[in-house]
Design a protein around this ligand. Structure first.
Ligand code: SF4
Ligand code: SF4
Length: 413
């Protein structure tokens, strides 16, 4: 694709990056076939190719309109289009750049801006999020049905964190929403890794990965979160921590982007690059020890009772981290029987704050996903990202949990 970027952006790092991405796109449209919003709305401008065009126009100097912003807002950032694209177009990065420019030019209505600011303030603070969730849960019985499903009931408590300390250490990003929404997940990860001779370290000072701010076009704020995490983790990395892991794949995929997002920060670029090399998904760590895990699982009779499970692959895992099928293969190898899922590449509609900001599209995607996941009558849904977990749980009486919790149950009946 030929480009002619406008003076306001062409000589900036973002402009050069956007230009290189745009030039890779050959406008073939293959990506539209796997785009959830294009499938729902049937409008070229609600698919990746149309959004790429909209961003190109703005970067070439056309004024950003409310309509441009609407079509970009409707994107889930699920990155299914990146998996499909034969030319390797890094669409999500172009979208971040485009959204940021459009935000500056088109602005937001007061209510919309307030809602976004509230999300950027409330979610990334684990303390604020946990307090708001507790208030919502106390008020839940009094809420009308339409609001009730937006507040998840109190989750199962965490099992005991392992007391052992091993020479092998891996840093854990606890996440901001996950400890309140699913307190059992991180403890299950720590317990399973403890059995593998690895201690999960919760570094003081680490917090939100930055994804919420990044996807709401507050890039400077996102970079502040990233720098704070690097400062918190760096002493542990210097002391030999061998990896960084987040149980929520939505956080993991963001950490893997730190190198890219801090590439022009001379104080942090090298550290961010090193951090990305060290970032792993939980499934990669467990899979690297699968012979040992299999031996432990084979001693448990519980695995045979998990005969009808189904796995929902988060977009951040399969499209973002490019780990399609990793968890499914691991669980199958350990003896779990997973039901097949049609259209497993499609987003469930959670997508960070999307379920709040685009409720109608989100609910349509959720209904389709629940139908696909329950087609073979599973007894539970497993996943790998707390956002998907809560979103799916609001629409089904089946238990929805992180796969590591099920593995923890099998290893520690
Ligand atoms: S599949 Fe890739 S190259 Fe083709 S239109 Fe989509 S982004 Fe462009
Ligand atoms: S990120 Fe997802 S919703 Fe957005 S254009 Fe790509 S496939 Fe469509």
């Amino acid at each position: 694709m030929q480009t002619n970027l406008a003076d306001f952006i062409k000589d900036t790092p973002e402009g050069r990056e956007a230009d290189a991405i745009l030039r890779k796109c050959v406008h073939c449209g293959f990506c539209s076939a796997t785009c959830p919003t294009y499938q729902l709305l049937g409008d070229e401008l609600d698919g990746p190719r149309g959004r790429i065009y909209l961003i190109k126009q703005v970067l070439e100097g056309a004024p950003a309109t409310a309509s441009t912003q609407l079509h970009l807002d409707r994107c889930l950032t699920c990155r299914s289009c990146e998996t499909t694209c034969p030319s390797g177009v890094h669409y999500s990065r172009l979208l971040d750049i485009g959204r940021h420019v459009v935000e500056r030019q088109a602005g937001r209505g007061r209510l919309d801006a307030l809602q976004r600011k509230t999300l950027r303030t409330g979610i990334p603070s684990a303390m604020v999020f946990s307090a708001l969730l507790k208030i919502g849960q106390l008020a839940r019985p009094l809420l009308p049905a339409a609001l009730k499903h937006k507040v998840p009931p109190r989750a199962a408590p965490a099992r005991a964190w392992p007391a052992g300390v091993h020479p092998r250490k891996i840093l854990l990003l606890e996440g901001c929403a996950q400890p309140a929404l699913s307190p059992a997940t991180n403890a299950a990860a720590a317990r399973v890794l403890d059995r593998l001779g690895i201690t999960l370290v919760r570094a003081a000072g680490a917090g939100c990965c930055g994804a919420v701010s990044l996807h709401l076009s507050a890039q400077d704020e996102a970079r502040d979160h990233m720098r704070r995490n690097i400062d918190a983790w760096w002493p542990h990395i210097e002391r030999g921590a061998e990896a960084v892991v987040a149980a929520a794949s939505g956080c993991g995929v963001t950490i893997r982007d730190y190198a890219h997002l801090l590439a022009h920060d001379p104080a942090y670029a090298d550290k961010a690059r090193r951090l990305c090399e060290l970032t792993r998904d939980l499934s990669e760590i467990v899979a690297a020890h699968k012979d040992k895990v299999r031996a432990l699982v084979e001693r448990s009779s519980l695995v045979t009772h998990h005969a009808s499970l189904v796995f929902h692959a988060p977009c951040s895992l399969q499209h973002g981290m490019k780990l399609k099928g990793t968890v499914e293969a691991l669980l199958a190898d350990l003896g779990f029987k997973l039901a097949p899922v049609v259209d497993s590449h499609l987003c469930c509609g959670s997508a960070g704050t999307y379920s709040i900001l685009q409720p109608e599209l989100s609910q349509r995607l959720l209904a389709n996903k629940i139908a696909a996941l329950t087609a073979h009558s599973p007894c539970a849904i497993l996943t790998a990202n707390v956002g998907c977990q809560s979103h799916l749980q609001a629409a089904t009486p089946l238990p929805v949990r992180h796969w590591i919790e099920t593995l923890d149950d099998v290893l520690f009946p």
